[in-house]
Design a protein around this ligand. Sequence first.
Ligand code: DON
Length: 566
Amino acid sequence: MQYKFKISLFYKILISIFFVLSCNEIKKETIYKKGMVSSAHPIASKVGLDILKNGGNAFDAAIGVHFALSVVYPNAGNIGGGGFAVYRLNDGEVGSLDFREKAPLKSYRDMYISNSDDGLTVDDKKSKIGHLASGVPGSVDGMVKLYEKFGSLDWKLLLEPSIEMAKNGFSLTDKQSNSLNRVMILFDSINDSEVSFVKEIKWKENDVLVQKDLSKTLERIRDKKRDGFYSGLTADYIVNEMKKGDGIISYEDLNNYSSIWRKPIIGKYKNHKIISMAPPSSGGIALLQLLHGAEKLNVGNYEHNSLEYINTIAEIESRVYADRSTYLGDSDFYNVPIDDLIDNKYLDNRFSSIDPSTKTPSNQIKEGNIQFNESEETTHFSIVDEYGNAVSLTTTINGAYGSKVVVENAGFILNNEMDDFSVKPGYPNMFGLIGGEANSIEPNKRMLSSMTPTIIEKNDNLYMVLGTPGGSTIITSVFQTILNVIDFNMGMQEAVDAKKFHHQWLPDFLVVEKNTLNTNLNENLKKMGHKINERSSLGRMDCILIENGILEGGADKRGDNTALGY
Ligand code: DON
């Protein structure tokens, strides 16, 4: 199959003219003409860029970047987790791949409810830390599936840079060294074998992180693709690791794992076509619901991040997250009413009670007593190639460094994605999200996600590729970034830089980035009844805006994110 599109000479000249004209308005370093990669780490973006420059397409680059992140961004990049990819080919065909983790065969609905006297106590830690927290990883199968359908370069070449960096090491950024220092003790306490992330003295910037075992695992994947992970030595290592910590992932689980091509969720916002992820992610449905509310309530008419703007958006968000908690789960196991949830009449009615100057209390269910953690633990990247294909991919091991279990001899971290299930109806997960039957644990079922890899078309052309980590805040960060570009005419980097806020119905907090609200706004929101929860940052967006043949990157300065192009 060929996904190349030759740009005519005339078109190239036009691009150059627009390029020169628009350079005055947008910062030079984020503007390119041919291809671009925006990811959480400069080295991973460079790996992707080199693949594009060597004639690879967006899928080749996505595979290279995914494996590179598993080495250079171990807090979220992974081979022991899972994710979702949404793509758009240069002929307009769209699709998506679900490589989300699955509940192991030995899992069961109440597996995190301990035998207390009333039988109802949730054993909180077990879904978050240690061997029982992991779902069956999907990332390697996902990359192989992407390659088999769309890859154009040699598979082995796509893995080579990652193997090299794992074997010989790479230099840590300042943010990474701090992040590793925060979790070293935990790694040490969970793992009885040596872990490359742990050392005697603290990590500091430019220290070299070497991951020999990981390099060998990557070599097995290079040589045997899927079988290099789901069977043979790597499978032995995973199953042995499980035995050490009462984990339940078996050979059968690994052998059975298969990622799934799914029809993306498609809708409209102000004449833009929105293409996003279907269940088991809630992202696509929730994003369309949010955008419907934004259009109905004309939020673009308010001043950006003003009192009415923030309250109206928070009201829309609360209603959408209430729907999420009841109706969304893995549609292969639960009858998710997808069409009803994004039906125009339903949504008109759903948002009709919103008054921009009033806050509706979210008091039906007792709010969860959770801590909002700093959230850079998932990772998203966006890629556009010179042929006009686009890939929007979000991948995760859930919390930072997942379950903290590093598979002995295999050198990679296992996810703690089981916590994304509703471990008990109404009981909040680590992001404060609650759920019920739709997202209860069943063997082979995929846990509900908020990941929202998204692609947008304008006038039938590729317009935006975007996504972010952030747990429950992923959907609202993607939502507000879209509004920033479409309603507030921001460029891509500006839209990413803009301060964000988040409401998820329960717990009833308005989560706001520091320095978003002046004293007046803060007071007025409180008077309305908002309980304000400040966070140092929201999201780590990686986006690309395509206008007049020019690519503008939006790489989040809240992290080490970097957009590179040519
Ligand atoms: O799939 C989900 O929604 C979560 N496991 C994502 C976790 C995440 O974004 C953590 N990082 N901030």
